[in-house]
Design a protein around this ligand. Structure first.
Ligand SMILES: [Zn+2]
Ligand SMILES: [Zn+2]
Length: 243
């Protein structure tokens, strides 16, 4: 059926050229794009509806809004878990473990924002950090360090250091790419109340690695990214860890 084929090709060609409004336009998004790229954009659109991620992790906030408004909400309501410095001393009560993702904090440092996650399973605890920059190679400029403190004797603390992940990374918990401590090893660091005391630091790395050159013949979503706006994205945490 040559007629039908050429007809549908024409429609496809037209759709590829026409620009459509983002599905979150009612929320304020001005983006228009070829229809094939819209799903990609809408998935990371700053105007998509969201629930407060602090509330989802800590179960103490019911805020709902647009991703673009969340940073302001974070600054107003979650000051206790938003650090405007590159280092913080934290406590984790392992006596009251509930779900795999038990803790979530945000660091504002080095002119970037970083998500820090505290996770456990039956064998170990994991700590991982992502850079929220829209430029996916920004992560190469940073490392994070977790020091597990021994109560009353900091000299016997234990430190692990890893490169910061990007929110675009597929697996931010991959073995060997984040801080991982077996529970058996962790026990001696817990105080009488089963509380773990630890220190987190975000470090600027002096010799950043070069990002790979872009592939030649594929459209590069990176070229179409919106300007960085300092938003905090939470795309890379598997949702089954939060619920
Ligand atoms: Zn949009
Ligand atoms: Zn909140």
């Amino acid at each position: 059926e040559p007629f039908t084929n050429s007809r549908s090709l024409t429609v496809e060609a037209l759709c590829a050229k026409a620009h459509f409004r983002c599905g979150h336009a009612s929320g304020g998004c001005q983006v228009r794009m070829p229809v094939v790229l819209l799903p990609w954009h809408e998935q990371q659109c700053m105007y998509k509806p969201m629930k407060c991620f602090m509330g989802r992790v800590w179960s103490d906030c019911r805020w709902q809004g647009r991703e673009v408004q969340w940073k302001e909400h974070l600054e107003e309501q979650h000051d206790d878990r938003l650090f405007r410095s590159s280092s913080a001393d934290l406590e984790w009560n392992l006596g009251t473990r509930r779900k795999p993702l038990t803790g979530y904090y945000v660091f504002q440092a080095h002119d970037e924002m970083f998500n820090f996650y505290e996770i456990h399973d039956r064998q170990r605890v994991l700590f991982t950090m992502t850079c929220t920059s829209n430029r996916r190679d920004s992560k190469y400029n940073f490392a994070y360090e977790v020091t597990v403190l021994l109560p009353d004797n900091e000299a016997l603390s234990m430190t692990q250091k890893f490169p910061v992940h990007s929110e675009y990374d597929k697996d931010i918990l991959m073995e060997g790419t984040c801080v991982s401590i077996p529970l058996t090893e962790l026990n001696r660091f817990l105080d009488q109340d089963k509380v773990l005391h630890y220190r987190v630091s975000v470090l600027a790395v002096k010799s950043p690695r070069r990002a790979k050159p872009p592939r030649q013949n594929l459209p590069q979503p990176a070229d179409l990214e919106q300007a960085p706006n300092g938003g905090v994205n939470v795309k890379s945490v598997p949702t089954n860890m939060i619920i």
